[in-house]
Design a protein around this ligand. Sequence first.
Ligand code: ARG
Length: 588
Amino acid sequence: MEKFLDTITAEMKRAFAACGYEEELAKVTLSNRPDLCEYQCNGAMAAAKKYKKKPIDIANEVVKELQGSGLFSEASAVMPGFINLKIAEAFLSYYMNGMKNSEKLGLEEVRDKRTVIVDYGGANVAKPLHVGHLRAAVIGEAIKRMGRFVGHRVIGDVHLGDWGLQMGLIIEELKDREPALPYFREGYAGAYPPEAPFTIAELEEIYPAASAKAKTDDAFKERAQEATFKLQNGYAPYRALWEHIMRVSLADLKKNYANLQVEFDLWKGESDAQPYIPDMVQSLIDKGLAYESQGALVVDIAEDTDSKELPPCIIRKSDGASLYATSDLATIVEREKDFKPDHYIYVVDKRQELHFTQVFRVAKKAGITAADRRMDFVGFGTMNGKDGKPFKTREGGVMRLESLIAEISEAAYGRIMENRTVSEEEAKETAKLVGLAALKYGDLSNQATKDYVFDIERFISFEGNTGPYILYTIARINSILKKYSESFGEAAVTEIQAPVSEPEKTLMLSLARFSEVMHTSFEELAPHKICAYIYELSNALNHFYHETKILAQEDEGKRNGYIGLITLTRECLLTCIDLLGFEAPERM
Ligand code: ARG
């Protein structure tokens, strides 16, 4: 189906053209005075300048042309030259039934289907997940699902940090603890054990211990750097250990992401990009882009239009080691080879903005990707505690994802048990869904770049702009539908009828915007717009519910029409929360 706004705009264009004005002027927007009208067009103002006439005269002409249009129940010209619009009730219900009977609620997929890489998650192997990784996972997953829904081919890649100093630290710490292991035995020529010499719990303890030691013990730190260097240059015993670290840590990471309902298509990491580095660096040199500066190899990225001076991108340190940027550039080489993406999206902490500016510019300058390739950096802000500082556990430690999820589910459980309408067992299951919704909606409802405060009490509230409120609205619809079928059986026809009340019309106007919101949210990479939309939709549904006798409606056609309308609302809400990455329980 054509987007609702496009249909209205086309009608307005027709009217402008019929009056002899350029149709480009006929831009329609949602009303910013909902008390007066539903949509508005300010095109007469712009036309006045162009055609040297009074805006109100133009508005009057266009309005006259719109009389008899099936789309508007009212079109009026208002000083100094606004055109105020109200949608015809019959057209609105016609559009509702179209949505109800179409795939994807009438959403038309994009015509330019792009291959999109979403780089998100970014967990570091063997290091604890921190809040930044939570945000990356939640926002990236939503963006991936949104892109797919509007019709793109979207590939999600976790892009693990699996090639850094943490590996050398773990190796050296292990060596200090268990020097007899074959990995550390000089001249050992046998096979390495298939079993890892540590469990995930041990690994989680080894890394922080090693990291702390390196801060006070310079010799240890040097050994760790050396071990990292050896690993990166293919030293077999360390490579074998690295594989153990990867296996043990990955299993745990996968479990964590699965609990968050975050799924990746690719489990690649920085290590996968390493083979591409030598050729890539050589080509930067051959193209004359990379040059030596104080022993390091760098590429200038500054442009005349920059408002502040941007430092060059360092490709290789003076000791020969490659860096974060090198690895991200090589990853682009790899992705070009594997997928030829039309669009790259990186969902990473906003403090890494300079890094990505450098990487994107070098990639384009060097022709690693096309100069006009769309490359977006979705930089997100920090999730803070109530004290305004980056969120920590109650003990002041680094957040563990598992405990965070457990904490919020427990709070949701308490809240559900207050009502005591369901069994303990069902409440537990429900609490998991509600907790996840609270966590994700609490995050996604903010513009990504903004910092926000992680406030469990507010997030799990069933009222206000929260995930549980959305789920509660869905549960309310479920309950009406259940009662309906108990009393009346399955309705054969649920044709939505023209709205007769203000709340009913408001609900329909909200539903009509679905396709528009889905497309805009993805184009702007803005999941918060979907949150704002379903909050508005839920408010509209609840207002309609309070003002309307649905089951007690005697007229069968009307009653069934209401059922059709709330069923459509339910579909719409369920689709949106799925895009945001959470699910609704049957009841709450
Ligand atoms: N591992 C990185 C970190 O923890 C995030 C990776 C983001 N993605 C990328 N392509 N650099 O900061």
